[in-house]
Structure formats: structure tokens, C-alpha cells
Design a binder for this molecule. Structure first.
Ligand code: HEM
Ligand code: HEM
Length: 180
């Protein structure tokens, strides 16, 4: 089983990073939307945001590993017409930018008043940049908008992958599912 990418296919490490992060990001999106509507008397009022922030930091950590891995690895050639290739590459890059923005803005909301981010009560990520005017509100808006954009792009990206698989019948989806 191939661990690393080659020009034809993704290796196991890229595949695992892709799918683990896709599941975590979609889960965090649902949890985020659910938790902002909770009222003070709901038993999940404290627990859900704590869990969201902890898991968000895990995604941030995986993101750094994935970015380094992507920079250091060969990338398989994208299949399709020229415009499809350039759009796919642009969207892939945008995913990286958006995930970074989401994690940083989430951190800045949480640490706006100088408090660190507790990760599953194991350790606390210290606050570094705090006390700016309206930090919590501005970072909150950035977090909300960037997560919405990511979700729309992820839906289009998923549809494009299914189109390659069922209509073009090429190996785009297969090579992100099974390392060759
Ligand atoms: C890729 C990872 C993440 C995704 C997809 C995500 C998604 C979301 C979503 C959809 C919301 C609801 C936004 C709204 O409607 O106002 C939210 C809220 C929030 N997220 Fe995240 N989040 C992620 C990472 C993080 C991280 C790393 C942190 C902190 C370290 C964090 C902290 C928060 C906080 C504090 C809120 C509540 C904001 C408010 O009350 O306005 N998130 N998140
Ligand atoms: C939050 C959800 C998702 C994110 C952030 C995401 C992100 C990415 C990124 C950045 C790449 C480029 C390879 C890399 O750098 O690892 C990629 C490739 C790919 N993704 Fe996703 N993805 C998501 C969900 C999905 C879903 C739901 C599907 C399928 C239904 C999918 C199918 C693929 C395929 C087939 C490739 C390979 C494309 C190619 O080789 O041209 N992804 N994805």
C-alpha cells in the first residue's frame, strides 16, 4: 500500500488527512450552527462550545500537518478539461486559505478577553492576540462567513467529484478513496 502520492494517485497519508478533516470540518459546521442557538438553560450550553473549540484546534493541528505534507509531496495530475483543472486547483488552494482563516478567527473569538482555549481539559492554548476593539464581534463575523463559503465550496467540490466518477467515469474519486 502506497503511503505517499505519485503522479497518478494519492497515497494513504493524503487520503486519510483528506477524509478525516472533511468529516471533522462538516461535523464542526453542524455543531457550530447548533450551539449558537442554544439558550442558557440548555445542558449543552457550555459543553457544546467547549467541544467545538477543542475539536477545532485538532483540525488546526491537522491542517498544519496537511499543509506541510502538501508542500513537500508530488500532486497527482488533475483530470478533465483545462478550465476544470485550473478551477479544481484554485478551489483546493482556497480550501487551505479558508481553513486557516476559520481556525484563526475561531481562536480570536475565544481569546478576545485574554482567556486561553482549553483543549478537552487536557491543556490550554494560551491567548496571544487580544483586547482589540470589537475583536469578538469581528472575528465572529469572519468565522461565520468563512465557514459558509467553505461549506458551499465543499458541496460544489463534492458534486464535481461525483460528476467525474459517474459521468466522465475517470479515476478522480477512486484515487482519493484507495491508494494504488
Ligand atoms: C474548520 C473548523 C471549524 C468550523 C467548520 C467551524 C464552524 C463554526 C460554525 C458554523 C459556527 C457558527 C457560526 C454562526 O452562525 O455564528 C461556529 C461558531 C464558533 N466557533 Fe467554530 N468552527 C471551526 C473551528 C473553530 C475553532 C478552531 C475555534 C476556537 C478555537 C472555534 C470557535 C468558535 C466559537 C467561539 C463560535 C461561537 C461564535 C459566536 O458565538 O458567534 N471554531 N463555528
Ligand atoms: C469539508 C470538506 C472537504 C474539503 C475541505 C476538501 C478539500 C480538498 C482538497 C484541499 C483537495 C486537494 C488535495 C489535498 O490537498 O489534499 C481535495 C481533493 C479531492 N476531494 Fe475533497 N474536500 C472535502 C470534501 C470532499 C467530498 C465530500 C468529496 C467527494 C464526494 C471530495 C472528493 C475529493 C476528490 C475526489 C479529490 C481529488 C481531486 C483531484 O485529484 O483532482 N472531497 N479535497
Amino acid at each position: 500500500m502506497k503511503l505517499i502520492n505519485n503522479l497518478q494517485s494519492y497515497g494513504l497519508i493524503s487520503i486519510l488527512l483528506h477524509w478525516i478533516m472533511a468529516v471533522l470540518i462538516l461535523g464542526l459546521f453542524v455543531l457550530g450552527e447548533y450551539m449558537v442557538d442554544l439558550t442558557y438553560y440548555d445542558p449543552w450550553y457550555i459543553k457544546a462550545p467547549n467541544f467545538h473549540r477543542s475539536l477545532g484546534v485538532v483540525v488546526g493541528f491537522l491542517f498544519i500537518c496537511r499543509l506541510i505534507w502538501r508542500i513537500k509531496s508530488i500532486r497527482p495530475n488533475v483530470e478533465g478539461k483545462q478550465w476544470e483543472k485550473s478551477t479544481a486547483l484554485a478551489v483546493h488552494r482556497l480550501f487551505y486559505v479558508l481553513i486557516a482563516i476559520i481556525c484563526i478567527s475561531g481562536y480570536l473569538i475565544t481569546t478576545a478577553d485574554g482567556q486561553g482555549v482549553s483543549i478537552f481539559n487536557w491543556f490550554t492554548l494560551p491567548a496571544t492576540l487580544y483586547g482589540f476593539n470589537n475583536q469578538e464581534d469581528i472575528a465572529g463575523l469572519v468565522h461565520e462567513w468563512s465557514t459558509q463559503i467553505l461549506l458551499i465550496l465543499a458541496a460544489l467540490h463534492g458534486i464535481a467529484a461525483l460528476k467525474h466518477h459517474f459521468i466522465n467515469r475517470d479515476s478522480t474519486l477512486r484515487r482519493m478513496l484507495r491508494p494504488k
